[in-house]
Design a protein around this ligand. Structure first.
Ligand SMILES: NC(=O)c1ccc[n+]([C@@H]2O[C@H](COP(=O)([O-])OP(=O)(O)OC[C@H]3O[C@@H](n4cnc5c(N)ncnc54)[C@H](OP(=O)(O)O)[C@@H]3O)[C@@H](O)[C@H]2O)c1
Length: 282
C-alpha cells in the first residue's frame, strides 16, 4: 500500500512516517510540497502521487495560536481537511484523519467514549470538530482522536519540560488538567493495524491510564534523572492561556476494543521508552 502522510515534518507526522515506512511505501507531504489550504496544490500533488490511502495529520494544533487567529485556524484545520476530502473522493481512497480530545468540553467526570456528545470550548476544538464532520462525508474513513502527544522528531510538551528542568529553568504546568497521554510511535502502530484491517470509523487512541499534566511531567523527570524542584504545578485557570483547554478528558478506547485491536500500553511504559530513547540520541 502507498500511504500519503500530510504534516510529515510535524511531531505526529514524524512518528507516522517512521512506523508506516517500515511496512508500506510512504509519500510524506510537507508544506513545501503543497499548501493544503489551496485545492489546486493538493490535487496536483496527490493526483501525481496516486496513493492508496492518506493519513491527514497536518493541522494548526496550538490552541493559543488558533484562539488568537480564528481565520488561520479555520483555514489550516477545516479548509485544508475539506480539500483533502475532495481529492480523496476523486481518487476513491480512504483517509485516516488525526483529531483531538479537545472536541470535548472537559466537564464530565467519567471517561469519554466515541459515542459521547462533543462540545468544544475553543476555536481549536471547534475547527477540529468541523474537520471531523468533513471527513465523515467519505465512504471509507478513520478518525483517531488523540490526546497530548510526546515522541521523537520535534519539541513537545515532555521534551520542552525536560529541557527547561535540565537547564535549571522553571517549568510550570497545569496541576488539575487531567487526561490521557499519547506516544506517537505507539499510536502510529495502532493506526497501521487499523488501516490494514477492513474496519473503519471513529476511534479514541492514546496510551492506557490517566494522569494530570503535572504527573506526566513529574514522571518524565524521574525517568530522565532530572530534579523536579523547578517543576511547578498551577491550576489550569491560572495558567493565563488564551485558548481554553478542557479540564478533564479521559479517552475511553471502546471503539478500538470493539474492532479487536488491543489498546496501546500504559503511558508510563511508553514514557520510559521515549525518555531513554531521546537521551540516547541527544
Ligand atoms: N500536539 C499535541 O499534543 C496534539 C494533541 C491532540 C491532537 N493533536 C493533533 O495531532 C495532529 C498532529 O499534531 P502535531 O502536534 O504533530 O502538529 P505539528 O507538529 O504542528 O505538525 C503539523 C504539521 O502540519 C503542517 N501544516 C499546517 N498547516 C498546513 C498547510 N496549510 N499546508 C501544509 N502543511 C500544513 C505544519 O507545517 P509547518 O511546520 O510548515 O507549519 C506541521 O508540519 C494534529 O491534527 C493535531 O490537531 C495534537
Amino acid at each position: 500500500m502507498k500511504i500519503a502522510i500530510t504534516g510529515a515534518n510535524g511531531l505526529f507526522g514524524h512518528g507516522l512516517v517512521q512506523v508506516m515506512r517500515a511496512a508500506h511505501e510512504t509519500f510524506p507531504m510537507t508544506r513545501a510540497d503543497a499548501d493544503l489550504t489551496q485545492l489546486p496544490d493538493v490535487r496536483r500533488v496527490l493526483l501525481g502521487a496516486r496513493p492508496d490511502a492518506l493519513i491527514h495529520c497536518a493541522a494548526a494544533p496550538d490552541p493559543d495560536v488558533c484562539e488568537a487567529n480564528p481565520e488561520y485556524a479555520f483555514q489550516a484545520n477545516v479548509v485544508a481537511t475539506r480539500n483533502i476530502v475532495d481529492v480523496a473522493q476523486e481518487l476513491a481512497i480512504p483517509v485516516a484523519h488525526i483529531s483531538t480530545d479537545a472536541v470535548f468540553d472537559g466537564a464530565a467526570d467519567s471517561p469519554r467514549t466515541e459515542s459521547d456528545a462533543t462540545n468544544p470550548i475553543s476555536v481549536y476544538g471547534k475547527t477540529k470538530l468541523l474537520a471531523e464532520k468533513a471527513v465523515m462525508e467519505l465512504e471509507r474513513y478513520w478518525i483517531f482522536r488523540v490526546s497530548v502527544l510526546f515522541g521523537p522528531g520535534k519539541a513537545n510538551f515532555v521534551s520542552k519540560g525536560l529541557q527547561s528542568l535540565q537547564s535549571g529553568r522553571a517549568y510550570t504546568v497545569a496541576s488539575d488538567q487531567i487526561g490521557t497521554a499519547t506516544y506517537t510511535l505507539d499510536a502510529a502502530g495502532k493506526i497501521l493495524e487499523m488501516m490494514e484491517s477492513d474496519r473503519f470509523g471513529l476511534f479514541h487512541l492514546c496510551n492506557t491510564g490517566v494522569c494530570s499534566r503535572l504527573e506526566l511531567m513529574q514522571q518524565a523527570a524521574i525517568f530522565a534523572g532530572v530534579s523536579t524542584s523547578n517543576l511547578l504545578g498551577k491550576p489550569l485557570v491560572e495558567m493565563g492561556r488564551i485558548g481554553r483547554r478542557p479540564k478533564s478528558v479521559v479517552l475511553d478506547m471502546k471503539g478500538l476494543k470493539v474492532a479487536g485491536i488491543s489498546p496501546p500500553r500504559d503511558w508510563k511504559a511508553a514514557l520510559a521508552e521515549y525518555v531513554s530513547a531521546s537521551a540516547a540520541t541527544d
